[in-house]
Write a protein that binds this ligand. Structure first.
Ligand code: UT7
Length: 326
């Protein structure tokens, strides 16, 4: 294997839109606050019977089509999510059954918003060590099912959706040149769903205390995010002998347009080199980067030979970046 490249992409967001005007009717907030503080205008929300693997299925079918592959040809499915269909089995297994990838190994990867970057790196490892020839890597979330629509500090930010890519040995486009991943578990409480796991198993008391929903220390995360985004981009670039000036586009995790603005300024990059679609989808956690990559490709923002940086940060805290040559 000389290199690992991206052979196909797909994305999906649920049909239902939740606008800032809708949220004004649900919590004490305003379109003005949400727009100026986060850049978000609307987000998409799952139907009651729609799950994370359903999002993955639609994105995955599209990615297979764009790679010209049949489901049976897949060797691996890596599903990055922290909003799984069920705690057991994995969302990857639910997807594997639905999509008919009967020859693929399948597992979930839990790294919150950084999950897609972690997943691509693991897939590259499986391919370069000869365990697999190809893999589908998904990042998708049904955030709405874990969002407290009484907490204005979080409910205005999150949306549902996700994307999928097919990575293959020696695919000509989207070469994964270099990676950097890291984590700091001393900040584990910053973004957390405290209930439903072994710490606070499901109980009446757990539900009454609303521990089944996402809690976030937004302000602490914000400051950390700007610093770690810049560091991650620079570290992954330096590991493959490149620099920020070589980049055509950064495809970052979409948590807040102000984080992206501040990071671009710190790196001395113009706004147009920082891809931003947060207005339409909000923060879909592991879903943001594969959605953004799909849209950047389809908007003609990525051309043959371009150098890209994919970069994420999120719960854990986790963070990381991948340098991609298109
Ligand atoms: O994807 C994982 C990583 N996550 C992130 O990167 C999120 C990072 N954090 C953020 O994006 C921002 O911190 C937020 C958008 C969450 C919040 O923006 P902020 O500028 O940091 O606001 P704040 O938390 O400092 O809150 C300012 C005020 C508070 O009122 P007081 O205490 O100053 O009176 C909040 O209660 O804004 C209030 N507030 C709201 N007001 C209207 C918080 N949420 C809302 C709301 N509508 N939805």
């Amino acid at each position: 294997v000389k290199h690992v490249g991206i052979a196909g992409t797909g994305m999906y967001v649920p049909e239902k839109r939740l606008t800032n005007a809708d949220l004004e009717k649900m919590v004490e907030t305003s379109d003005e606050w949400i727009t100026t503080r986060s850049g978000i205008k609307e987000r998409h929300i799952c139907a009651p019977d729609e799950t994370t693997s359903d999002i993955g299925l639609k994105a995955g079918v599209q990615a297979l089509e764009s790679a010209g592959m049949e489901p049976e040809e897949l060797d691996a499915i890596i599903f990055a999510t922290f909003t799984p269909d069920t705690l057991c089995p994995s969302t990857a297994c639910h997807l594997q059954g639905k999509i008919g990838a009967k020859n693929a190994l399948a597992f979930d990867l839990s790294a919150a918003c950084s999950g897609f970057i972690y997943g691509l790196t693991v897939a590259k490892g499986l391919i370069t060590t000869g365990v697999c020839k190809n893999a589908m890597v998904l990042g998708a979330e049904a955030m709405s099912k874990f969002t407290d629509y009484q907490d204005r500090g979080t409910c205005v930010l999150f949306g549902d959706g996700g994307g999928a890519v097919i990575v293959k040995a020696d695919a000509p486009d989207g070469r994964l040149l270099g990676e950097y991943l890291c984590a700091d578990g001393t900040m584990a409480e910053h973004i957390i769903i405290p209930g439903g796991g072994s710490r606070n198993p499901c109980s009446q008391n757990m539900l009454e205390n609303r521990l089944n929903y996402i809690k976030m220390a937004g302000n602490e995360v914000f400051k950390f995010a700007v610093r770690i985004l810049v560091h991650s981009v620079e570290e992954a670039l330096s590991r493959c002998g490149r620099s920020v000036q070589d980049l055509s586009l950064i495809v970052p995790h979409q948590a807040n347009y102000r984080i992206l603005d501040a990071a671009a300024r710190k790196m001395g990059l113009p706004d147009e080199k920082m891809f931003n679609n947060i207005a339409n989808y909000g923060n879909t956690s592991a879903g943001t980067i594969p959605i953004a990559l799909y849209e950047a490709l389809h908007q003609g923002r990525i051309k043959k030979g371009d150098l890209l940086s994919l970069v994420a940060f999120g719960g854990g805290m986790t963070w990381g970046s991948i340098v991609v040559e298109w």
